[in-house]
Write a protein of this length. Structure first.
Lengths: 63, 405
């Protein structure tokens, strides 16, 4: 998943999970399972943002 | 005195040899009036040519006479081209004719008109057959006399105007009986030469008779079939020959023919300069546009823009996390609330709660007694209440009936 996933797509999935958890029809165990997945996505996004900031620093040095 | 007399045959033979070895006699171009005209069934034509003092016998064999394009008859003044020889049998010398043409103005005009109509009807003069003349020729074939002003004029113009063009001169007679056949040969030779871009047929001004060779049928057809563009510059501006009509371009003078066959170096230079400036302007504009695009792209791809994007994404992530946390917490709280309610309900139904309210449980032999009718005197009973339990024996049981409401 991580190889093809972009940060924008990951944020989109997080939004979706958040909405589903809110729904009455979603059971507690389903919500917890989805939150587990969300945790992985959040970690991925944070890593991507960190890499991007690092790259910015390198580019600024080149400029 | 002669030692050995000649025979008649010897003499006639000798005369014939003299005539046939004489260059002038082999290329005779003569004018005279036709008389004693006879058209034999074999196709041969026999006639005499005469002037006010003399006459000359003439014969035109069938293979030549079939090309005559006008009505040859007694009294007609004609030009004739051929050779003189002696008919040994009779000792008669006569003109053996290759070619005839009308000599009188009226006859010439009439014949010219006939020829014009004939070729025109065949489509030889149609514009659809005209070829375009090369503007940048490498080689120009010129068919003209090697002496005279014509070739000089053509060379001067080309040298000034387009000096890189090579002139290939085919020197021919430009009038007389031999002219048309020589021009035909020159046309064929130039086509075989290779790399000739244009052919100019040129001669200076002259009378209709002088220019008659340029109306020859064989020549007209050869020009029509020629695969190289032909410019005709025959005579002066007012002179028109059939060569002018059948050629791809007609020039009023040889100098104009040279101009029509080439481009001016000066004009080419001006054109190149114009193209150079256009290319330069286009390039400058293109480079400026590229520069401008690069500046725009630099701004778009600057790190400042990317930092903004990262900030934006970070903020969105934060919001997502908060929403998720809140939604999960809300869900859990809802479940907790439900659980609380159920607990309370259960609590209200519990034994401790009921005993706490002052109620007691009656038991016998470990079983709950729900109806005292099941008891009798002497039973050992246990009462369980909030504070503990009491065990006793029933000594005097009095039952009071339940009052029905």
């Amino acid at each position: 998943m991580k190889n093809k996933l972009s940060i924008e797509k990951a944020l989109g999935e997080l939004d979706e999970i958040s909405s589903k958890v809110e729904l009455e029809e979603t059971t507690l165990s389903e919500s917890i399972e989805m939150c587990e997945k969300a945790r992985i996505l959040i970690k991925f996004c944070e890593e991507e943002i960190s890499k991007a900031k690092q790259k910015i620093t390198e580019l600024e040095l080149d400029y | 005195m002669y030692e050995t007399p000649l025979t008649v045959s010897d003499l006639n033979s000798y005369v014939r040899a003299i005539l046939e070895n004489d260059e002038v006699m082999q290329n005779v171009y003569i004018v005279g009036e036709v008389s004693n005209f006879k058209h034999h069934t074999s196709g041969h034509i026999y006639f005499s040519l005469k002037d006010d003092k003399s006459s000359l016998k003439a014969v035109m064999f069938a293979e030549r006479s079939k090309n005559i394009s006008f009505d040859l008859s007694n009294g007609m003044k004609i030009f004739a081209y051929g050779y003189v020889s002696c008919y040994e049998v009779t000792g008669q010398y006569q003109l053996y004719v290759y070619y005839v043409s009308p000599a009188g103005k009226g006859e010439i005009s009439e014949e010219l008109k006939k020829l014009y109509d004939k070729f025109s009807h065949e489509g030889l003069f149609d514009d659809s057959h005209k070829k375009e003349v090369c503007k940048y020729p490498r080689k120009i074939g010129v068919i003209s006399s090697k002496t005279g002003a014509v070739i000089h004029d053509i060379s001067s113009v080309l040298k000034r105007r387009f000096p890189i063009a090579e002139i290939v001169l085919c020197s021919v007679n430009v009038q007389g009986g031999k002219a048309s056949s020589q021009i035909v040969k020159a046309l064929k030779a130039l086509q075989e030469y290779g790399d000739i871009d244009t052919i100019i047929i040129a001669r200076g001004g002259g009378s209709t008779e002088d220019l008659w060779a340029f109306n020859d049928e064989n020549l007209i057809r050869e020009i029509f079939e020629c695969n190289i563009p032909v410019i005709s510059a025959v005579g002066h501006d007012v002179d028109y020959t059939l060569c002018d009509y059948v050629s791809d371009v007609r020039a009023p003078t040889p100098s104009v023919a040279a101009e029509l066959s080439s481009s001016s170096i000066d004009e080419i230079k001006k054109l190149l300069e114009k193209y150079r400036l256009q290319i330069k302007n286009h390039l400058c504009f293109y480079v400026e546009k590229l520069d401008s695009n690069i500046e725009i792209l630099k701004k778009i791809t600057s790190t400042h823009n990317i930092e903004n994007k990262i900030e934006d994404l970070s903020f969105k992530l934060k919001l997502c996390k908060n929403d998720l946390q809140n939604n999960l917490n809300n869900k859990i709280n809802k479940y907790l609330n439900k659980l609380m309610i159920i607990k309370n309900i259960i609590a209200l139904s519990s034994k401790e709660y009921i005993l706490g309210k002052g109620y007691a449980i009656l038991m016998k032999n470990g079983n709950i007694i729900s109806d005292i009718c099941n008891l009798k005197t002497g039973d050992v009973v246990t009462i369980i209440s909030h504070g503990g339990k009491i065990e006793f024996e029933i000594s005097n049981l009095k039952l009071e009936k339940k009052i029905e409401e």
